[in-house]
Design a protein around this ligand. Sequence first.
Ligand code: PMT
Length: 391
Amino acid sequence: MLSGKTVLIGITGGIAAYKICELIRMFKRHNANVRVICTPNAMNFVTKLTLQNLSQNEVGIEEFEIPDFKPEHISYADEADIMLIAPATANTIGKIANGICDNLLTSIVCAFKKPVVIAPAMNCNMWENPIVQENIQKLRSTGYEIIEPESGFLACGYNGTGRLADLNKIFDKTVEIINSKKKLTGKKIVITAGGTIEDIDPVRYISNYSSGKMGLALADEAFQQGAETVLITTKDIVRPYKIIKVKSADEMKQAVEADFGGADCVIMAAAVADYRVKNKAEQKIKKTDSDSLTLELIKNPDILKELCTKKTTQKVVGFCAESENLIENAQEKIRKKGCDYLIANDISRKDIGFASDYNEVVIFNKNGGQKRIERAPKNIIARKILEEIYE
Ligand code: PMT
């Protein structure tokens, strides 16, 4: 199952460290190459000799102990297909969440661009601590896979949540990620997200209700499946892949075009303003005695349509936000824009679409085919859209 794959296991200083000996054997039984690194504190719970024998590899602990042409943390990071940190203590979780690299393990995670799975284990009061929970949320939203600890009798004598998750669960999740991420390896996918902002003056602007969640879900999924991912967004986001922050439709156009050449696929999930203010005021527009104010709007470039005229091998995918006649309007739009796929969603519904964590879409293709994906969390919708494009 895992021939040719390298699993990098990071062990930190918690009592559950002894369980990782069995986990190493599980990966070895499935033919994985297992590399182990430990924090110095982990050595209080397991021995280097045991881990070396089980993994059949040298075990790394100190950052500068083995001279090599590449710094240790970089060569470990380059070699592995996935990194699994188990057990992950509150201390190491806090360091990773805050970019601290004060030992070999934390330096490797920081340099690691492939999937990272974290299985925390600690005392239940530590687990419930709001700071620990905030760190966990931060890691999760940065793209780390968290396998939550389980409830039960803990080594410290307490009964509560904090016990390392079942080893089979950790093993299965890691294998699932190793195998799934490969589907889009070698593909570069560019995704846009969020509503563009068109200035009226230094104080006011025209925009829309797009939260950027749909585009972000697509980018996260593309990244998890191994794609070189570029997210062009109007929102402030931190992710382990390339993020380009833009504001207006013009800025988005420039960013998309800069990455279009080498892309395999572009997905325009952003809600791009069709119009912008013709003469943006340099200074704040003052209130006058008149009861009305007229703004003249001019058309923005249609980024999607222009990409479709320039494309060579790229798959170009548009979204279609409609408040009525979804199917008819989408059929008309895919024809007018000339894209390969158009993902239609109904933005009049409160339980999907704008700002919701859920969506329901109909995927149209250029040959006239259509497929409905029933209401589901946006990450599931994203997975199904990518499946449809890359089937
Ligand atoms: O961001 P969320 O809160 O998660 O909400 C998700 C969403 C509802 C914004 C998303 O699913 C969606 O529907 N995005 C497209 C919104 C939109 O602009 O739809 P449209 O039908 O107006 O445009 C059609 C397509 O042309 C879109 O791919 C759009 O990115 C593109 N377009 C539009 C205008 C323009 N000037 N240039 C463009 O490229």
